[in-house]
Design a protein around this ligand. Sequence first.
Ligand code: TMP
Length: 220
Amino acid sequence: MQINKTLNSRKGVFISFEGGEGVGKSTQIDLLRKDLINSKFNVVSTREPGGTKEAEELRKFLVTGDEKAWDPFSESLIFNAIRREHVNKIILPAIKNGSVVLCDRFIDSTIVYQGLVGEVSEKDLLELHKKYCYNLYPDLTFFLNLPPQKGLKRTLKRKNIVENRFENLGLNYHQKILNGFDTLQKRNPNRIIKINADNTKEFISNEISSYVKKLLTIND
Ligand code: TMP
């Protein structure tokens, strides 16, 4: 009841960024954050798995090490626990105080990685989200669409190549991830905007900004 009241009195805006590996989510979040701060918005930028100190610790276990360390069902339970903490401690308070929340991955990643590709029942995943994360969905989601060959190539160039547990699952796996996001976008065409990420970061950022400006004007 308490939470429903919080959700009903939403003042801020919640935007997530999704896609496969190396599609440029963090670059785009950073550009949008700077743009919004220049326009005097309060911005909270955060990520999953992560967001809280404890969840950042847990992140290490999920994104490093052996590909088979967790099966997709166990993963989905951990992602759900991390998300619950993240929603309670970071996302809902920020929305309530009128901030624009920019989140690198959210529930759509679980539906695609653990559900559509990992074959955990989607009904169970949606049920968990409803039960423990208040069925919270972003107001807007950008799906950055890039062929997995290009995305994986970019991740290899990063300094932090320890975080490669999912990257190591191979091209076929990552093509399925891309198809999964495509499916989800077609099911939610109003919330999820598909962006061609095979472009300059400035071009992509302009496109994203135009959608965000429209959303923020509507929310005024
Ligand atoms: P990142 O590389 O975008 O920071 O994301 C970390 C990895 O975690 C990425 O390979 C996707 C994976 N992931 C899931 O499998 N399920 C989820 O619910 C989330 C949030 C991430």
